[in-house]
Write a protein that binds this ligand. Structure first.
Ligand SMILES: *Cc1c(COP(=O)(O)O)cnc(C)c1O
Length: 382
């Protein structure tokens, strides 16, 4: 029962409560009725109002919470709102927040615009900074450190347990955007994270058809998370919660297959003359490999290529020539995607990276994907 592969299947399900239905069905409800005034006031009824919970949302919360090994999970309408909720749970006016420079771009915008407007000061640190280097930057009012390990474009792996230990000495909270590894491949709470964030839109949902986010707190931050989530009024529809729950059941299978294909393709691409470097922590020789080996139990199928050809037009020819890789944002679905990366924001660590193309490896045949990449690479130099 305690293995995560089993939890993926059993978590958040109770068919006896839902006419025997195996997966908790979609509940659409705003108003939920009480049988009498006493029940309305005594708090004994599990569901009171749709915004707060329905059986569909509770089922997903419980499943994710069990996987994360946390004290409580809440749902949000997107991964971005989950990142921002975690920050708002911990930080307020006058506080200092430290954020990895490789953070998801829109999270950075939230800090620089909304966070600033509400009196939170954000500073950014290089994603490869050690725990000691970060500790040297702590200020008396530092309240939280926001990590993303690895960053979802440049894939720097961070020493999460080391940073957490240094932070906790000063009562500083650790927030981790754990979307890449998912709770299956990185045990966030077990490695000292206080608030673990998932863009459930990506691997948890797995089918590119729903936006959702989750924030899971350990015991210390549980009450503050629930209070902040409820007071802001964040909620996820029963339809979306159902889709994510449904996707969750096959997470283990999908990730295993995507990792297997990604390793084959990353190793093959590494040997190609058009490619300067493949950035994928699961590759021996990657700068993040040692930390990845120490802390992670797998690597999903998302990695980047640094191309030798610096010309924008050539990169566009390569990307346009791909047939099985759709050009689009997001990742984590069953289908392969490609994203040419332009660092238009102040992303220090990426400045010298040159031209990066991010690949999301889907569930197609790995031989077909390799053939597609091979025919498209020719267009880089043509
Ligand atoms: C996509 C993504 C998010 C945001 O998720 P949305 O559902 O698109 O809001 C947050 N963090 C990371 C690392 C992501 O890749």
């Amino acid at each position: 029962m305690s293995h995560k592969d089993t939890k993926l299947i059993t978590g958040g399900r109770d068919p006896a409560l839902h006419a025997g239905a195996v997966n908790t069905p979609v509940y659409r409800a705003s108003t939920i009725l009480f049988p009498d005034v006493e029940t309305m006031h005594d708090g004994s009824q599990p569901y009171t109002y749709g915004r707060r919970a329905t059986p569909s949302t509770r089922a997903l919360e419980d499943a994710v919470c069990e996987l994360e090994g946390g004290a409580r999970t809440v749902l949000t309408p997107s991964g971005l709102s989950a990142c921002n909720l975690a920050i708002m749970t911990v930080c307020g006016a006058g506080d200092h927040l430290m954020v990895t420079d490789s953070v998801y771009g829109p999270t950075r915008l939230f800090c620089d615009r909304i966070g600033k407007r509400f009196g939170i000061t954000t500073s950014y640190f290089p994603p490869t900074a050690t725990a000691a280097e970060l500790a040297a930057e702590f200020r008396p009012n530092t309240k939280a450190i926001f990590l993303e390990s690895p960053g979802s474009l440049t894939f720097e792996v961070q020493d999460v347990p080391g940073i957490a230990a240094a932070a906790h000495e000063k009562n500083i909270a650790i927030i981790l955007d754990n979307t890449w590894a998912t709770p299956l491949y990185f045990n966030a709470i077990g490695h000292g994270v206080d608030l673990s964030v998932q863009a459930a839109t990506k691997y948890l949902g797995g089918h590119a058809d729903a936006n959702a986010g989750t924030v899971t707190a350990n015991a210390a931050y549980k009450d503050c998370l629930v209070e902040t989530h409820g007071t802001i009024g964040l909620t996820l529809s029963g339809d979306e919660a159902f889709l994510i729950s449904r996707g969750l059941r096959t997470l283990g299978l999908r990730l295993a297959r995507q990792m297997e294909s990604a390793l084959v393709l990353a190793e093959w691409l590494q040997g190609r003359p058009e490619i300067a470097r493949v950035i994928y922590p699961a590759l021996r020789g990657d700068s993040g490999y040692k930390l990845w080996r120490r802390d992670f139990t797998g690597a999903p199928g998302l990695f980047s290529l640094v191309l030798n050809e610096p010309d924008d037009k050539a990169v566009a020819r390569f990307v346009d020539a791909l047939e099985l890789f759709g050009i689009g944002y997001s990742w984590g679905g069953f289908e392969s995607l490609v994203l040419p990366v332009h660092f238009h924001r102040s992303f220090q660590s990426a400045k010298e990276e040159g031209h990066i193309v991010r690949l999301h490896i889907g569930l197609e045949s790995v031989e077909d994907l390799r053939a597609d990449l091979a025919q498209a690479l020719v267009h880089l130099t043509a």
